[in-house]
Design a protein around this ligand. Structure first.
Ligand code: ADP
Ligand code: MG
Length: 138
């Protein structure tokens, strides 16, 4: 069985990764990592973060999120099966990539404003539109 973890560099997605790693360890499932570089529009929060952290471009930031996640997995003794970087609409790209997987793991929240919704826009759309089981980690 294959687990796909969708990462956006947020605390929420890091939590999702931690949970997925535990699940994979106990079950023997494999772990793959996906980040989608949002083509446009990028949220104000995301732009502020890019400037603050002096990350050049959204692509570079995305590569870094994936690299960090891979290191976390390896520290937990897990080999990552696949590391995938896409560009476009996060929901659309996740829906395409998930076809090759058995379970999609996301955080309940992402980079968006904390005070706005209980469930993020990407995670809530995935829960509705996905043809695969989606695990939303709180
Ligand atoms: N660009 C992205 N690439 C991959 N996964 C993403 C992306 N954006 C969001 N996700 C996944 O969806 C989860 C929820 O994020 P999101 O729905 O965007 O919340 P918010 O509305 O707070 O930004 C994240 O924790 C992450 O797992
Ligand atoms: Mg978001």
């Amino acid at each position: 069985m294959r687990i796909l973890v969708a990462l956006d560099g947020s605390q929420g997605s890091r939590k999702a990764l931690r949970f997925a790693l535990k699940l994979a360890k106990d079950s023997g499932y494999s772990i793959s990592l996906l980040h989608v570089v949002p083509k446009l529009p990028t949220t104000k929060e995301e732009v502020i973060r890019l400037i603050k952290e002096e990350i050049g471009s959204p692509e570079e930031a995305g590569k870094r999120y994936l690299e960090e996640a891979k290191i976390i997995a390896e520290e937990e003794g897990m080999q990552v099966r696949e590391v995938i970087l896409k560009e476009g609409s996060p929901v659309d790209e996740i829906l395409k990539v998930e076809k090759d997987y058995d379970l999609v793991v996301v955080g309940s929240r992402g980079m968006g404003r904390v005070d706005r919704f209980l469930l993020g826009s990407v995670s809530s759309k995935l829960v509705v539109a996905s043809s695969k089981p989606v695990l939303v980690v709180r």
